[in-house]
Design a protein around this ligand. Sequence first.
Ligand code: NDP
Length: 446
Amino acid sequence: MAFDPQPIVEEFHDKYTHQKEFLQVVDSFLNKVTPFIRENPDYQDRGVILRMLEPDQIISFRVSWVDSEGKEQLNRGYRVQFNRALGPYKGGLRFHPSVNLSILKFLGFEQSLKNSLTGLQLGAAKGGSDFNPGDHSDLDVMRFCQAFAAEFFHIANSEADVPAGDIGVSEREIGYIFGYTNKLKRKFSGSFTGKSLESGGSCLRPQATGYGCLYFVEQMLRDNDLKPGKMTANISGAGSVAIYACEKALEMGIKVQTLSDSRGVLVDKKGLDEEKLAFIKEVKMEKRGKMEEVAEKFGLEFEKGKKPWGYACDIALPCATQNELSEEDAEKLIDNGCKVVAEGANMPCTNEAVDLFMKEGILYAPGKASNAGGVSVSAFEMAQNRLGMRWSAEEVDEKLRQTMKHIYQQCVEYGGKINGKPNYVTGANTAGFARLYRAMKNQGVF
Ligand code: NDP
């Protein structure tokens, strides 16, 4: 009998009614992999598919701390250990007020397919807290991170669970959590990635997701006879993914017209350059300030409350957060001549927006493929820590390029074509699913 995803969809919608982001990713995944499962009898074990959709373990804990004004503060911390079949649990920590189980389960499941796609030995997890570093002084961020580490230190382990950063968790937060974890464990171990170089981090880890995304775009353009030098790009976000995506895009000769933050969009019709980008890095990454400051200094437009998708461009790179590009935004992009969409963020496009891109023949790269550069360089950081060595930036960059090429080729191989264009979304889901399925099947039922 042909594989029918509907009972699984119904069961999950009944069981997890309020976890809308998690259900969104489950629906999209089953929709994309069903044709492959139907054509390949070796992949029809329903038990494996169901286990793949359920996290191995969810850990939730209280984080109580006292701020620098002596006020007691309370946050919730989580770790969703999604799947260990391909290696130690691996995936970032997110500090943002919106963090809840639905978001962490969606991110954890996406991570399991993404990590599978890299071909590296990486299990999948995601975690974090509803704490917002942006609302606190540096001293309070350190206090919070130490309180978080006091609950978390027994989970982080170089052979079992190796967290990294994500939204709100940069080298600074990783440094504080890593330092305090080592104090509590009375040892120095590579139990986190995204560390500073001095603490055993890898060259190019901060740049890896943004650079990797553009290496993926480079292949999309080459395969489809498009030349980067003649193209414009709109990027959302002004965090590590967006800023390094912008840096690499400029290197490739692409004209970047926007970056954005949670307050609005910075528009530069003439195109951002190195000087402006250096100032954006200083304001957004070092001083954690507002984009308005950049607009003021260079006399650029800042459109409060707006997104980058209403402005004409050839390439759209959503690099901020989930569901930031709706069907309506997709319509505007298509009407204005956009040809390529590659996700730097996790699930930034809604399912409806993705369907529209596919229908209209837009080249669309899903985040689990195009943003996998970050976790890949995290795997290289783990390898360097195990070897007690540091690879040069050139060596890491070359390995990153090769990994993105491998991911791209799998997307093409497993995805086939839709409307005459490569179907990267089906390719990424199916290739990620197939490797993970085989590992889980080999390891038995437990
Ligand atoms: P950062 O915290 O460094 O930056 C996030 C950026 O997005 C900030 O500019 C922030 O604005 C903006 N932003 C956050 N929420 C919203 C919103 N609701 N609307 C508009 N803008 C918003 O995070 P990262 O750059 O690390 O991560 C960005 C995305 O990439 C996330 O989806 C993450 O999961 C994904 N990702 C990250 C990886 C990594 O290596 N870091 C790896 C793979 C995926 P503001 O400055 O105002 O807060």
